[in-house]
Design a protein around this ligand. Structure first.
Ligand SMILES: [Zn+2]
Length: 318
């Protein structure tokens, strides 16, 4: 399934029509994960993703009121019965999340995330947007649970019209507030950490992170303290061409012939790991979520895949 998706989606992502056709095939009954709704996939495809590709925009702004109104779709996404999907990249993550992958190894999860990063990057000109900064994968991480569901989410990509960006952010923030109003603080922990010298707050707002979507889609698992795993990768770093090899980290990983340890080396060399931000750490602490972050060196050290002496600094320096 994953190899076929890589083979079909990556070449298609250079043209709106071919990508739209390839994404339509993700709604086919044989492609959709057990338990997922084909109708909901069709809603995200026909109501958001395909129109975005046709209109060359990452959100569907109302022609009647372009400054304060845009079109979203609302669908069941795992635990969330009515999650609002506001933008193309989130819709893309939704379609890719609900494919019939079956159980995925950690290496396969990294490949899937690399594919999402690559399709985001390739298709961003098609929707006249920057790609999102980060893509993230969230999964059930317990040997006692046979739940193979996953969520792929992206950070909110910057939109040329500032008001459009803020409208899309407000939708994502509201999803979090509806679930965890008491846990969300203002200013956010990231804004407290990164204010600018003249007083405006520059750190991330609620809703910016990929986790706004993924944690919300798995909110029952989060609330019940079910062990989850997360991995976030930087889209630009994953797609940057390595001067030595002439290939990006995405290209190397998606070729599909590296071991887990070799893949780790590629990600470290590309400086692609993005550990959870302070907003997400705060939210996870407040709601007692049990989430292992695979973008931290400790995760790899515990598995014997890293032998460097300074675990806290290895990934940052690489
Ligand atoms: Zn975050």
């Amino acid at each position: 399934m994953l190899a076929r998706l890589v083979r079909d989606l990556i070449p298609a992502a250079k043209c709106s029509v071919s990508l739209s056709n390839a994404l339509k095939s993700l709604c086919h009954p044989l492609a959709v994960a057990p338990g997922a709704s084909r109708v909901d996939l069709g809603t995200v495809y026909s109501g958001l993703v395909a129109p975005c590709l046709t209109a060359r925009t990452s959100i569907l702004v109302s022609e009647a009121a372009p400054n304060d109104s845009f079109w979203t779709v609302s669908v069941k996404f795992h635990d969330h019965s009515n999650l609002v999907i506001p933008d193309y990249f989130t819709g893309l993550g939704y379609l890719l999340s609900l494919q019939a992958y079956g159980p995925l190894s950690l290496l396969e999860r990294i490949r899937l995330l690399a594919m999402y990063a690559k399709v985001c990057k390739l298709s961003s000109p098609l929707v006249q947007s920057r790609p999102p900064t980060t893509v993230q994968l969230l999964w059930v991480n317990s040997p006692h649970v046979t739940d193979t569901r996953i969520v792929l989410g992206s950070s909110l990509a910057w939109l040329k019209v500032r008001n459009h960006f803020q409208m899309a952010r407000a939708v994502r923030e509201q999803i979090l507030r509806d679930l965890w109003r008491d846990a969300l603080v203002d200013p956010t922990p990231m804004q407290v950490c990164f204010p600018n010298p003249v007083g405006a707050l520059f750190g991330s707002c609620w809703g910016d992170c990929a986790e706004a979507i993924s944690l919300s889609a798995f909110w029952e698992l989060v609330a019940s303290g079910t062990p989850l795993g997360t991995l976030a990768l930087n889209v630009a770093a994953m797609n940057a061409v390595d001067l030595l090899t002439g290939l990006s980290a995405c290209d190397v990983i998606l070729a599909g012939n590296l071991s887990l340890q070799e893949t780790l080396g590629v990600l470290v060399r590309a400086n692609a790991f993005r550990p959870m931000c302070k907003n997400c750490e705060h939210l996870c602490d407040r709601v007692a979520a049990d989430i292992v972050d695979c973008a931290c060196a400790e995760f790899w050290l515990k598995r014997g895949l890293f032998s460097a002496p300074g675990p806290q600094t290895v990934l940052a320096r690489a």
